[in-house]
Design a protein around this ligand. Structure first.
Ligand SMILES: NC(=O)c1ccc[n+]([C@@H]2O[C@H](COP(=O)([O-])OP(=O)(O)OC[C@H]3O[C@@H](n4cnc5c(N)ncnc54)[C@H](OP(=O)(O)O)[C@@H]3O)[C@@H](O)[C@H]2O)c1
Length: 252
């Protein structure tokens, strides 16, 4: 029996591995045979993810990705201990619902720093000599909010839309280095992030959002499966792409 998505002997870094989609992705990748490097700020939650992984030889590192300029040196240090990376998943991200009248420049800058600038610097760090293996695959977490609009989501939408075009440009720039770059664009997935967003809404508004997903809300495993597909050899000929995972949200 073959498993076209197996990841045996691959080392993959997952940011945002302390929660939600990042955690579930790390668990699935370990089940497919990968060694994981788990990144987040909350050590306790990262260790909780670690305890759920299959296999051994995984590593946990706490790092605040808003320290942008430190990312390349830090990733070099991490990989000098773990060996070169075959994949990188940037699942760390911030989201807030904020209409323009209460939006501050600090809010926008904090969001852009983790969602976009860190994404660029993670790629800059990944392509360094010795950091990535002979071939590599990067997967970003965009969102349907980066493809279609939603009131109160302007900053978040802008950051997720930026990842769609960042993916295309980096795919072209890094193809000669044998690095593929793709992103996934989920609609609402039940995690801590979406839970906080739904808490702000009335029951009627929640029902409205649910109704916009003909197949219902997503589960973290729905996104993890697509990320694994892009990282594994099943994604060998795919770069610069945004894979929409939305239960029909954007089919309207
Ligand atoms: N859930 C959804 O409905 C949905 C839909 C579309 C797209 N997405 C995207 O998918 C990704 C994951 O979402 P999620 O729902 O899993 O979110 P989540 O449960 O809120 O997790 C967010 C993760 O980001 C990490 N993080 C935040 N700021 C960080 C920083 N400065 N440095 C390092 N790590 C940081 C957090 O780790 P620490 O707290 O340990 O730092 C946490 O592990 C995000 O990019 C999100 O925009 C989510």
């Amino acid at each position: 029996m073959i498993n076209p998505m197996e990841l045996i002997d691959r080392t993959i870094m997952v940011t945002g591995a302390s929660s939600g989609i990042g955690r579930e992705t790390a668990i699935l990748l370990s089940q497919l045979g990968a060694r994981l490097i788990l990144i987040g700020r909350n050590a306790e939650q990262l260790n909780k993810t670690l305890a759920s992984l299959e296999g051994t030889a995984h590593h946990v590192y706490t790092f605040d990705l808003s320290n942008i300029d430190e990312i390349p040196r830090w990733m070099k240090e991490v990989t000098s201990a773990s060996g070169p990376l075959h994949g990188l998943v940037h699942s760390a991200g911030l989201q807030f619902t904020r209409p323009l009248r209460i939006m501050s420049s600090e809010n926008i800058e904090e969001l852009m720093r983790v969602n976009v600038t860190a994404a660029i610097f993670l790629a800059k760090a990944f392509r360094q000599k010795g950091v990535s293996a002979d071939s590599g695959s990067i997967v970003y977490l965009s969102s349907v909010m980066g493809l279609v609009g939603q009131s109160g989501q302007s900053a978040y939408s802008a950051s997720k839309g930026a990842l769609v075009t960042l993916t295309k440009s980096l795919a072209l720039e890094l193809s000669r280095e044998n690095i593929r770059v793709n992103c996934v664009a989920p609609a609402m997935v039940t995690t801590e992030m979406s839970g906080k967003m739904l808490e702000l809404l009335t029951p009627e508004q929640v029902l409205q959002i649910e109704a916009m997903h003909p197949l219902g809300l997503g589960r973290p495993r729905d996104v993890a499966n697509a990320i694994a597909f892009l990282l594994a050899d099943t994604g060998r000929w795919i770069t610069g792409t945004t894979l929409v995972l939305d239960g029909g949200y954007t089919a309207h």
